[in-house]
Design a protein around this ligand. Structure first.
Ligand code: HEC
Length: 203
């Protein structure tokens, strides 16, 4: 999907092409699950506790009364277990080390953004959840060195507010309050915004 980020927010401006991206399970979380949970929670292996983390079966775990509550990581039993002390009987991953802080934060950000499984094949319900995703989505990453929401200006002088989540050689990934992330090329930003990106302490 190609969106023009700045023009999307401020209609009737010069558009710059940016690929829009919703934080989805397949891109942001599946790798973490495969590394830490797969032996016990996948249709390929075993499905313990009735939790199958395969993307095709994950929808069963998502909902207002399920272990993954879209928009609400704090009340998601799924996240709660990851944060327990390793000695706690409910701690996950069982018999292993806790996930890294940034992995848990990635999971929280994904849930905040509506717990979408595959951004390229959203169900009507997921479309609705993505649209409703709280601004808190992006805040989940606070305190991690990614900094605050900053103002970013494109080459045509239009401004948006977003948080930088990662820095490439010639681009920066910006996260909007909606939870949508965009990879923006330096050539599409003002020189000041490029400077701002380069100074940030992001991975
Ligand atoms: C060595 C096997 C093993 C691994 C690895 C493991 N689990 Fe589990 N998990 C279990 C077992 C057994 C249960 C069922 C018993 C229970 O609920 O405590 C369970 C239950 C759960 C439940 C509870 C389901 C409910 O209905 O409350 C969640 C959530 C969960 N696991 C998530 C995870 C996640 C996420 C990971 C990876 C970070 C993980 N588990 C890794 C064995 C494992």
């Amino acid at each position: 999907m190609r969106f023009a980020l700045f023009s999307l927010l401020l209609p009737a401006t010069v558009s710059i092409g940016i690929s829009a991206e919703i934080l989805d399970y397949k891109k942001e979380v599946l790798g973490i699950m495969k590394k830490n949970c797969w032996d016990c929670h996948s249709s390929e292996n075993e499905v313990k506790g009735n939790v199958d983390l395969d993307p095709g079966n994950l929808a069963d775990q998502i909902g207002a009364y399920n272990i993954i509550r879209p928009g609400n990581p704090a009340e998601s039993g799924f996240v709660e277990r990851l944060k327990l002390d390793v000695t706690h009987a409910d701690f996950m991953p069982r018999k292993a080390s806790p996930l890294a802080k940034r992995e848990i934060e990635a999971i929280e950000a994904w849930i905040s953004a509506g717990a979408i499984i595959d951004a390229e094949k959203m169900t009507p319900d997921e479309e609705k959840r993505a649209a409703e995703a709280k601004p808190a989505a992006a805040d989940m990453k606070s305190g991690e060195g990614t900094g605050d929401y900053l103002r970013w200006t494109n080459a045509a002088g239009k401004v948006i507010e977003a948080r930088a989540v990662s820095l490439g050689a010639d681009s920066v990934k910006l996260l909007l309050r909606s939870g949508k992330a965009y990879e923006v090329k330096f050539q599409d930003l003002s020189p000041e915004s490029v400077e701002q990106a380069k100074k940030l302490d992001v991975p």
